[in-house]
Unconditional design. Structure first.
Ligand SMILES: NC(=O)c1ccc[n+]([C@@H]2O[C@H](COP(=O)([O-])OP(=O)(O)OC[C@H]3O[C@@H](n4cnc5c(N)ncnc54)[C@H](O)[C@@H]3O)[C@@H](O)[C@H]2O)c1
Length: 429
């Protein structure tokens, strides 16, 4: 491969303009000639109008960006670098669903040129880039992988809704099929991040590094969720225990919770699948998954155990995490189901979710405004997602919403020091 010199004219295509792809494309467009491609015409139309439904890029930045967006394959021919940021979900049996990755390769294959570099950022298990993506790109392009075009892998680490660890600040792990590819990626990513790059030993190492970052978090949360279950039965609050244990210098600070979303609750299954392919039983990884997947029902059972009769419960929070509109794979929905199956009526409010998406995905009519909810109409208010605006709800609002003897159920320890009258009960994990 002749050394590629990056210039402001270098054509870069970002494939998949979601939570990961859009911020990356906008950041790259400050330095290069960037085209963002997405198969969703609706997403492209919204972005052309300056609207990012993921709330990662504000309208002013989007409108001011030189990024061009398209859903037409004709617009993405002959770029020097293609960066693939498409989803990597699991199917109903928790098996990796590589359909979007394969489909992106089928789209990109015919348009790549000689010396194009195709970099994958989607989270996968070790081997996907070399064994699955490379061959599809070669077949669709008629070019030879590693000679005519080249592969790279650079995992994405951003967090939806996290305004601190943004794409322009985090350290990027990079890897490529040849040292020249890694040099290009070094220059490319250093142009957008002040966090610098780390050159992984090879593509599989970079793939493995990403998937274990999230599997490690899942297992640690699984441990805390398991001790939560034990301590609930012992009448001890896990938050009180964690506060005490956290005074030790090397205690790891994880908190209990519902592990949903597109990454932590999904990526361990990718690693587990790879382990199974090579006849290794991934016991710790799958135990963590099983505990975390059972947490929503456990919490529902604990809440209902404290309520007599079949009242109405107000759930605050539907998204998979705080301060972010992302509803994908949210476990709040399992908790709601757990409350309903135990005979309770459930109203749901969310300070960040799009009501149209809540209806479309879950058939839930979100309550638009807490202030409009009837006085004393709930037997319990359950804090499921720690959106900032929920942390500030005063005790008087619970007093207004709850019937006498009602329960504040605080899953995220948002209201630990709330002032409330004696006749309102409070329970936390
Ligand atoms: N969301 C995160 O914060 C995060 C963080 C780190 C890593 N990741 C990983 O990054 C990848 C992308 O995640 P995301 O959250 O941005 O997903 P997303 O669902 O927000 O966005 C993906 C976009 O890709 C588009 N798309 C799907 N198939 C396509 C195709 N064949 N060609 C072109 N576009 C296609 C979709 O229309 C969508 O707009 C996943 O592998 C994920 O695990 C995500």
């Amino acid at each position: 491969m002749s050394a590629l010199k990056l210039t402001p004219e270098t054509r870069i295509v970002v494939v998949g303009l979601g939570y990961v792809g859009l911020p990356l494309a906008v950041a790259l467009a400050k330095k290069f000639n960037v085209i963002g491609f997405d198969i969703s015409e609706q997403r492209v139309a919204e972005l052309k109008d300056g609207f990012d439904r993921t709330e990662e890029i504000e309208k002013e930045r989007l409108v001011a960006s030189t990024l061009k967006v398209t859903s037409s394959v004709d617009d993405i021919k002959d770029a020097a670098v293609y960066i693939v940021t498409v989803p990597t979900p699991v199917d109903k049996k928790n098996k990796p669903d590589l359909t979007p990755v394969r489909s992106a390769c089928e789209i990109v294959g015919p348009v790549i040129g000689k010396n194009s570099i195709v970099v994958f950022e989607s989270t996968v298990y070790p081997g996907v880039t070399d064994e699955i993506c490379g061959p599809i790109l070669a077949e669709k392009s008629g070019l030879v992988c590693g000679e005519d075009f080249f592969l790279g892998y650079s995992p994405e680490r951003i967090n939806p809704g996290d305004k601190v660890h943004t794409v322009d600040k985090i350290t990027k792990v990079i890897s490529g099929q040849t040292p020249e590819v890694v040099d290009v990626l070094d220059e490319l990513y250093c142009a957008v991040t002040t966090g610098g790059v780390f050159r992984a030993a090879n593509i599989r190492v970079a793939e493995a590094a990403k998937v274990i970052e999230n599997a490690q978090r899942d297992i640690n949360i699984g441990f805390v969720n398991e001790i939560t279950m034990i301590f609930q039965k012992l009448g001890i609050s896990v938050y009180d225990v964690l506060e005490a244990a956290g005074t030790k210098w090397n205690f790891l600070k994880f908190t209990p919770g519902l592990v949903g979303g597109h990454c932590i609750g999904v990526d361990p299954y990718y690693l587990a699948e790879r382990a199974k392919q090579i006849n290794h039983d991934p016991r710790i990884i799958l135990s963590g998954r099983a505990i975390n997947d059972g947490m929503a029902d456990f919490v529902a059972e604990r809440i209902c155990a404290q309520l007599s009769g079949n009242g109405k419960i107000l759930v605050l929070g539907l998204t998979f995490k705080e301060n972010c509109p992302d509803l994908r794979n949210t476990k709040a929905i399992d908790l709601i189901a757990g409350l309903k199956v135990r005979g309770f009526q459930v109203d749901v409010h969310d300070a960040a979710a799009d009501p149209v998406e809540a209806k479309k995905f879950f058939n839930i009519d979100l309550k638009p405004d807490l202030a409009q909810l009837k006085d004393h109409s709930y037997t319990a208010v359950v804090g499921v997602v720690a959106h900032d605006s929920y942390k500030d709800i005063p005790g008087s609002e619970f007093e207004r919403l709850l019937e006498p003897g009602g329960l504040i159920a605080d899953i995220k320890a948002m209201w630990q020091n709330i002032e409330k009258p004696q006749y309102i009960r409070k329970w936390q994990l």
